[in-house]
Design a protein around this ligand. Structure first.
Ligand SMILES: [Zn+2]
Ligand SMILES: [Zn+2]
Length: 350
């Protein structure tokens, strides 16, 4: 068992923690696991918030680049595609899985485009209503959330988990879309002629609200249902339910058939660093490093297409220069993450 007070790992039948003297009972264990469940969900919400901030600033910048010559629906589709792609990335980036990040990003992009397509018709239908703008965006992001919610279930090839994820994504997207767009409009009305920084801040806030709500609901359902695993108590390895291959306790997927391992190792058996906060900080930097790389690719593409029609040579030059800068930023952030990881390892070896 893990002591909820100091994190010390004690034997299964110990009554008191040998490090800090706190009694360790089933109740204190429950408290410990519910706190860690909550922080697991909050990490997803936080990831959604970061992705929303970057996705919204980028998509609104692109919208401005397209200009007023294009129809409202084109703007909504572009915004949906970029915002959806960023929000879809979150789960995969947190789990350090490029495959999942890509799948989620593509699903989010498709959902965002569909959401953008239905936005105007819904707005027109509710146009007499004072909340028409929030209602239409609520539906748009519900559709994007629906696609994003399918990601984890699709990877496990489990229909029931896909359905549950889809419903959670729909609800989370609807809440986030409604609140985020409502906040956006009311801030634009309240703040008289906002300056450059204030405008970006309002956009970022809208994206943050959408991403945070979507990933809070989705994270809640993923943690409590989709990723719910049977806990192994005295196992030294994980045996695959589908092909009976023996996998290590650290494995999440079967090395033989690639299916998800439906059991989880007891926490005491895994080698956990006592420097958990450092590990969190390291993971946060890794997350931002990935996110900045994804954002960078999108940004370079946008700028390249935009400049291509004006001056092809200049377009290539600026895009390459920008790509190098973004690559450097991403490597730097990843480096910061590695410094923390190294520090954790050095301390462990002592
Ligand atoms: Zn203790
Ligand atoms: Zn297997």
């Amino acid at each position: 068992m893990i002591c909820p007070s100091c994190g010390n790992i004690s034997e299964q039948d110990d009554k008191f923690c040998s490090r800090c003297g706190l009694f360790v009972t089933a109740q204190t264990q429950k408290l410990f696991s519910s706190v860690s469940t909550f922080s697991w969900i909050m990490r997803r919400a936080l990831g959604g918030m970061f992705a929303g901030v970057i996705g919204w600033i980028l998509s609104i910048a692109l919208s401005r680049t397209i200009g007023t010559s294009s129809s409202m629906t084109v703007h909504l589709i572009v915004g949906g595609a970029i915002g959806g792609a960023f929000l879809g990335n979150v789960g995969g980036i947190i789990e350090h899985s490029s495959y999942k990040a890509l799948l989620g990003g593509i699903l989010g992009c498709i959902g965002g485009i569909l959401g953008g397509l239905i936005n105007r018709p819904i707005y027109d239908y509710f146009s007499a209503h004072s909340l028409a703008y929030s209602i239409s965006h609520s539906f748009s992001w519900a559709v994007a959330g629906l696609f994003i919610g399918a990601t984890s279930g699709l990877i496990e090839k489990n229909k029931k988990k896909i359905m549950v994820g889809v419903i959670a994504g729909f609800i989370g997207g609807a809440i986030g879309g409604g609140l985020g767009s409502g906040l956006y409009v009311s801030l634009l009305i309240d703040v008289n002629r906002p300056g450059w920084i204030t405008s970006r801040f309002i956009e970022a806030l809208a994206g943050a609200v959408v991403g945070m709500n979507l990933w809070f609901i989705l994270g809640l359902v993923e943690k409590l249902y989709i990723f719910n695993r049977k806990q192994l108590l005295d196992a030294t390895e994980k045996i695959c339910d589908f092909c009976n291959t023996h996998n290590s306790l650290r494995a999440w997927y079967c090395k033989n058939c690639g299916k998800t391992l439906l059991v989880s190792a007891p926490v005491e058996k895994l080698k956990i660093t006592p420097y958990r906060s450092l590990e969190r900080i390291s993971n946060a930097f890794k997350f931002i490093s990935w996110l900045s790389a994804v954002a960078g690719v999108v940004l370079v593409l946008i700028i390249f297409i935009f400049l291509l029609f004006k001056n092809p040579f200049f377009a290539v030059f600026v895009s390459v220069a920008l790509a190098i800068v973004i690559y450097m930023i991403s490597v730097l952030l990843n480096g910061v993450s590695e410094v923390f990881t190294k520090f954790i390892k050095i301390r462990e070896a002592e």
